[in-house]
Ligand binder design. Structure first.
Ligand SMILES: Cc1ncc(COP(=O)(O)O)c(C=O)c1O
Length: 410
């Protein structure tokens, strides 16, 4: 299996929608074939349409607030002693996380297709918050599916969703987390696809949803590439890009523009949720070599038991608490373009403590996983290595957990 250069990885799937012949696809009920086909036609037309691109760019600039900052973490670099540590502060974006890019594009597409309602899933609450913000902006009615466990642990985002006038549909099934929210949202869409658009909150789901989301979050690496060139005059020889991986949308968006560089020059490190160190449960299908299975309409590495049943996950971070992962990341793993590892709950908490002690950014529990690995690996790197961590979410949503576990008040 080979990653081709010069062709966007988003387009490197076969005619059935599979990357590398085995990841992705469209495992959907008959009812969804037509709406999915319509969405493919619409997106394929608009993604090359200059007018649409300038409309997208206008909203990204004036409403999302791009470019987000690219900053050197001087104090952290000094404390760690090794590589230079930098951060792309994507949490600067309107609403506090990268989920705004995908939400904005989906609402623009919904408007073009004449739909009046949009539904979406959420775990950490950011995908839901951003979809509710974008829906409000574009005059769409919005329904957000969210697991009851996540409703309890991500209250600030739940309140924001409600303030934006969206309806939250609590999901009581299964583990009451993201995996169940996505399932319920897809079920709702099957029954209502004539009137309603669906936004999948990450680079998961049937092929077209993976592509729309990855295309939207690629804004992050487009900005980062020019910021790096402005700062260093070139792409450094030893560049390492760390990002947490749940469904995989922030990491894919953070890496996409650097895909064609040799991995010896630009290395991608994806950090999954290892769960509590004392538990056997985790949300790290790539790190722990899970088998390929079908989840939410796509083939992917997914945590499952010997009978192929999806296994329950456990993570302190609602946004990473998902048993599967994007087909794009499965492809990046198999082609060895990216390296994947996991950080535990405790590692993430410690990283939050260190980063917020030395710097004036406060990464949410998801990017704190990436910071944890970046910090421990940076110690061993030479001083001319440039480490960049995507701080893709703000920690305010985690204030209750951080108060309980670390005694800090946000
Ligand atoms: C701040 C933040 N980071 C990361 C994630 C993980 O999702 P993804 O891997 O799609 O970026 C989430 C998901 O909710 C999130 O809210």
């Amino acid at each position: 299996m080979k990653l081709k250069k010069k062709i966007s990885i988003l387009d490197q799937h076969d005619k059935f929608g599979f990357w590398g012949g085995k990841f992705g696809g469209n495992f959907v009920p008959e009812t969804l074939k037509k709406p999915i086909h319509d969405l493919e036609i619409l997106f394929n037309k608009l993604k090359n349409d200059k007018k649409f691109l300038s409309e997208r760019d206008k909203y990204f600039k004036n409403w999302v607030g791009v470019p987000t900052r690219f900053i050197k973490l001087n104090n952290l670099t000094k404390f760690v002693g090794g590589a230079e540590i930098w951060s792309k502060v994507v949490s600067d974006a309107n609403g506090g996380a990268h989920k705004i890019y995908n939400a904005t594009v989906h609402c623009l597409l919904a408007k073009k297709s004449g739909k009046k309602i949009i539904c979406g899933d959420t775990g950490a609450g950011y995908a839901g918050k951003m979809l509710s913000m974008a829906a409000k902006k574009f005059g769409l009615k919005c329904k957000i599916f969210m697991g009851v466990k996540d409703i309890k642990r991500q209250q600030p985002n739940v309140q924001a969703i409600r303030r934006n006038g969206a309806e939250i549909i609590p999901v009581y099934s299964g583990s009451q987390t993201l995996v169940d929210a996505v399932s319920e949202c897809m079920r709702f869409w099957v029954a209502n696809c004539d009137t309603t658009a669906m936004c999948v909150g990450s680079t998961v789901g049937p092929n077209i949803f993976v592509k729309i989301c990855g295309w939207s979050t690629s804004q992050i690496s487009r900005e980062l590439k020019s910021q790096i060139i402005e700062e260093f005059g070139t792409i450094p020889n030893k560049l390492k890009l760390y990002n947490c991986v749940g469904g995989g949308s922030s990491s894919f968006g953070f890496w996409n523009e650097f895909m064609d560089y040799d991995k010896k020059q630009v290395e991608f490190i994806g950090v999954e949720a290892g769960g509590p160190s004392k538990s056997k449960k985790h949300a790290a299908p790539l790190t722990y070599r899970s088998k390929i299975g079908i989840l939410h309409g796509a083939a992917q590495y997914v945590n499952q038991n010997n009978e192929g049943q999806i296994e329950e996950t456990e993570s302190i971070s609602a946004g990473l608490d998902y048993p599967g992962v994007s087909p794009l990341h499965c492809f990046l793993k198999d082609t060895k373009r990216a390296r994947y590892t996991a950080a535990s709950d405790e590692d993430a908490l410690m990283a939050f403590k260190i980063v917020s002690k030395y710097e004036s950014i406060r990464p949410s529990l998801e990017p704190s996983h990436a910071f944890s690995v970046a910090i421990s690996e940076s110690k061993k790197f030479s001083k001319d290595t440039i480490v960049i961590v995507n701080s893709c979410g703000d920690a305010y949503k985690d204030r209750k957990i951080l108060k309980k576990k670390l005694g800090v008040s946000l």
